[in-house]
Each structure stands twice: as C-alpha cells, then as structure tokens.
Design a protein around this ligand. Sequence first.
Ligand code: CA2
Length: 145
Amino acid sequence: MANKLIYVLNGPNLNLLGLREPEIYGSDTLDDIAALLEDRAGELGLSVDMRQSNHEGHLVDWLHEAQAEGAQAVLLNAGAFTHTSVALYDAIRSIRTPVIEVHLSNPHAREAFRHKSYVGMAAKGSIAGFGARSYLLALDAAAAL
Ligand code: CA2
C-alpha cells in the first residue's frame, strides 16, 4: 500500500528562510526543513509534499487539492497570511482533511498583530516556537491522527 501523504504548505517570504533574520527564524533553509521532514516521514511510513508560495490563492488551491488527493493531513505555515486571511480560514473549514498550524517562532511572544490567527481558529491544532523542529513535531502529530 502507498504511504500516507502529508502536504506541507508554506506561505509568503518563507522562501527567504535561512538567508535573513536567523535570530528569529533560525538558519535552516526551507530545503533543509524539507530534507529533515523527508527523513522523519520515511521513519513514520509517510510521504511529504512540501510547497511554498507568496500568493494566498495558491495556498487556498493547495488546501482543496490536499483533500482531493486524499492527504492524511496538511501542515500549514501560512506566514503573515496567518494573521490576515479569512480566505484561509474558510478554506481550512471547507475541507475534511485535518490542518495543523505550524510556526517557527512563537507569534504570541511577538508583536500584538501576530496574536490573532485565522489559521489557528480553523486548524486541528497548532505548534509554534521550536524553529525547524516545529515542523517535525507537527509531522509526528499528523502521523498520530
Ligand atoms: O514563525 C513563523 O513561522 C511565522 O509564520 C513566520 C512569518 C510571520 O509573519 C509569522 O508571524 C510567524 C514570517 C515569515 C517570513 O520569513 C522570513 C524568513 C527570512 C527572512 C525574513 C522573513
């Protein structure tokens, strides 16, 4: 039987990870995180499909696609759209596939405008503040669903 599929979706500016602001976001690039996830997914008998876009609509389309493709779960770091996007809130609510909110930093320990999360209001759960390890913890949570 094929491995269960986990979508890992990343939002705006996360393509710059590892290149700027390492004191907040760490020094791993998104490719480094993808490699860590691939290794862990192999151990868990899962497959990961990792993507990044700076465009809100792409993230909405990929959430719909995750359900259409029968993904087991979606790990979603929506970047700044986390704090602004009713469209992502609606998209998460519109699919049955569980979505786990992921953040490198802890938005609650940062500026007030990061304290509201439209993604978190619709997600199954949230993991934040552990750098690249947040993604690995979220993958373990997804495996247990
Ligand atoms: O901590 C996270 O993972 C965030 O989702 C990152 C977002 C931020 O808006 C959220 O509040 C929390 C920002 C992603 C921007 O990534 C950068 C990477 C390198 C340099 C500058 C920004």
